[in-house]
Design a protein around this ligand. Structure first.
Ligand code: DAU
Length: 340
């Protein structure tokens, strides 16, 4: 299949591009705007691959999108392009509505006009909102609570409306908290690992008892590919790792792997509107033949090792734009501690 992956220089996107190219059956075009969390170093191993093309461009740019679809005669689209970080959505909500709703809309409409055969929207469990007990199924009502999750929910609804209205063959995957190598160090696991390596405090929000379901990025990419080829049009598929853990426990585990003291954990003021727990029922995806394969303890250990061995990947990131962001988000919090 000739596949367009948008956001292919980002975390999930770059793992996906490499995975798709590992089978000689596909050609891949990667359309990426190269904003702050994108990194072409993630794709160094496939540079010059005969079945791979990189195009720098924004999914909001109708002209670029339609030309890429036509020039490369794209048959399948996987939309990984997104603003993804909840804390940044609290600081700058507008950019999330722009990329995650408007950009998704532009890509979708151009794909429909170009006669694309499969369109897969990469989404998130956060659209269900905080789930105090039980687990969300694909039929549950959406209840997003942050500008990030509300924007993703808007994108999902737009995508699904194209099946209802035009019978355009769309699918949506809703992934749980994804982790692994090459994740931008604003996210919980890479932030805590890289801070710990440098003996810096780990800013744990609130009481640290929030729960997330951790999914290895390799497992998520396998699920996305599986849904692209075997999913039913018009359907949503929940993708979870089956590894529900409290943040505090995960933080302690990372410190253990690095042989660093627990005293590095610093309880700080909570994220506004912080969702307490996410949990999904993933039986629908299991029924079409996918299940996670990487046990969390092994995946976390390997991820910690990757960041320990690849300081040349993350050190330049943490010394650039990131420094200002870190100061803005954590400076006061770290000074004041949890009572601030
Ligand atoms: O659930 C899927 C979602 O997972 C994805 O859709 C999002 O793109 C991704 O960012 C992630 O959202 P979270 O808000 O759950 O991830 P984050 O890594 O920001 O935080 C994970 C948990 O750790 C959350 O309960 C907040 C907490 N946390 C996070 C950071 C960055 C802290 O306690 N301290 C921190 O400094």
């Amino acid at each position: 299949m000739r596949i367009l992956v948008t956001g292919g220089a980002g975390f999930i996107g770059s793992h996906l591009v490499r995975r798709l190219l590992s089978s000689s059956q596909h050609t891949v075009v990667n359309l990426d705007a190269l904003r702050y969390s994108a990194n072409l170093a993630n794709l160094a191993t496939i540079e010059g691959h005969p079945q791979y093309t990189f195009v720098q461009g924004d999914i909001c740019d109708q002209h670029v999108v339609s030309s890429v679809l036509q020039v490369h005669q794209v048959e399948g689209v996987i939309n990984c392009a997104a603003e993804t970080h909840v804390d940044r959505s609290i600081l700058d909500p507008g950019s999330f509505a722009r990329t995650d709703v408007v950009g998704t809309g532009v890509l979708l409409e151009e794909a429909r006009r170009a006669g694309v055969q499969r369109f897969l929207q990469v989404s998130t469990d956060e659209v269900y909102g905080s789930v105090e007990t039980g687990s969300s199924t694909e039929e549950d009502q959406l209840a997003p609570r942050s500008p990030y999750s509300a924007s993703k929910a808007g994108g999902d609804l737009l995508v699904l409306s194209y099946w209802t209205t035009y019978r355009f063959p769309v699918m949506v995957t809703r992934g749980s908290n994804t982790y692994g190598p090459n994740q931008y160090p604003e996210k919980f696991i890479p932030l805590f690992v890289t801070n710990a390596i440098d003996d810096q405090p780990l800013p744990l929000y609130g009481d640290g008892r929030q729960r997330r379901d951790w999914l290895a990025v390799q497992d998520y990419c396998a699920a996305i590919a599986h849904v692209l080829f075997h999913g039913e049009p018009g359907q949503v598929y929940n993708v979870g790792g089956g590894n529900e853990r409290e943040n505090l426990v995960v933080a302690q585990q990372m410190l253990d792997y690095l042989e660093k003291p627990k005293s590095l954990i610093r309880f700080v003021q909570d994220r506004p509107g912080h969702d307490r727990r996410y949990a999904m029922d993933c039986s629908k995806l299991r029924r079409i033949g996918w299940q996670p394969s990487i046990p969390f303890e092994q995946g976390l250990h390997d991820t910690v090792e990757w960041y320990r061995l690849n300081t040349s990947w993350w050190r330049p990131i943490k010394s650039g734009e990131f420094r200002e962001y870190y100061k803005q988000l954590y400076g006061k919090r770290l000074k004041e501690g949890v009572t601030g």
